[in-house]
Design a protein around this ligand. Structure first.
Ligand SMILES: C[S@@+](CC[C@H](N)C(=O)[O-])C[C@H]1O[C@@H](n2cnc3c(N)ncnc32)[C@H](O)[C@@H]1O
Length: 243
């Protein structure tokens, strides 16, 4: 059973495409006419008007794809069932950190495509997020085990790495999406959409949430994080890598 068959339930509801990330993803794909979206999930960042094929291992994620979405092949990044240079570009958005053999997956991306566009994150910056530092430090161990954006860029031989800040009202519920809306983390549905929390011991998450709830009620969180409240966007470490 693929991990996302379990943690991906309700994904399409909590993880809605944000145009502020879709635009740079589309421009990174350049003039590619054929695109392979690896670890496509529900297809949040799939470009329209191109010949697109999706690859996704989880039946639950495939089930949540829109009826008009591109055709999807059930497979994993580490063994792509396509010939060499079959696509102009390969796209991998917020997925490389889930691949058991991410180096092999990246080698496969390079084999099947001429251009690679990967949206990943710097795991050290994620671990420095206030939610991790102050409430659920156990997430840092998981982050340390995941490939980080600079490593991914190096392995791919990237030609560009662009910072993608998280707007304060971001619609794609990635883990740090609610950096300025802390009350959101009290909602179990929001936490379920974040793999970093879904893959951390429930007792540790519950402990952190109880502390956050108390700090929000007492006003302590606001006092401690007054500097964040006027920021329109914040760098949580997301990087758009082009190779
Ligand atoms: C956080 S979701 C991202 C989905 C989509 N790219 C997006 O941006 O909404 C991660 C996806 O990676 C998929 N995945 C996990 N392991 C994989 C592997 N070895 N190869 C390809 N995809 C994988 C999961 O099933 C899940 O759909």
């Amino acid at each position: 059973m693929a991990r996302y068959d379990e943690i991906g339930v309700g994904y399409a509801r909590g993880r809605r495409t944000d145009p502020r990330w879709l635009t740079p993803v589309l421009s990174a794909l350049g003039s590619a006419a054929s695109v392979l979206d690896v670890g496509s999930g529900t297809g949040s960042y799939e470009p329209p008007s191109r010949h697109l094929v999706a690859v996704e291992p989880s039946a639950e994620m495939i089930r949540q794809r829109r009826p008009e979405a591109a055709p999807v092949v059930r497979a994993v990044a580490e063994a792509l069932p396509f010939g060499s240079s079959a696509f102009d570009a390969a796209l991998a958005v917020l997925t490389v950190h889930h691949w058991p053999d991410w180096r092999r997956g990246l080698a496969e991306l390079r084999r099947v495509s001429r251009r690679q566009v990967v949206l990943a994150y710097d795991t050290a910056l994620h671990s420095d997020f206030w939610f991790v530092r102050e409430y659920v430090p156990e997430v840092a161990a998981l982050e340390a085990s995941r490939p980080s954006a600079p490593e991914i860029a190096e392995v791919l031989g990237a030609v560009s790495v662009t910072e993608l800040p998280v707007p304060w009202d971001f619609t794609d519920g990635v883990f740090p999406a609610y950096w300025r809306r802390p009350e959101a983390y009290l909602d179990p549905a929001v936490r379920r959409s974040c793999s970093a929390l879904a893959q951390t011991a429930p007792a540790a998450v519950d402990r952190g949430i109880a502390r956050l709830r108390a700090d929000l009620a007492s006003g302590r969180w606001r006092d401690e994080h007054a500097d964040l409240l006027d920021l329109p966007e914040w760098d949580a470490g997301f990087r758009l890598i082009v190779a």
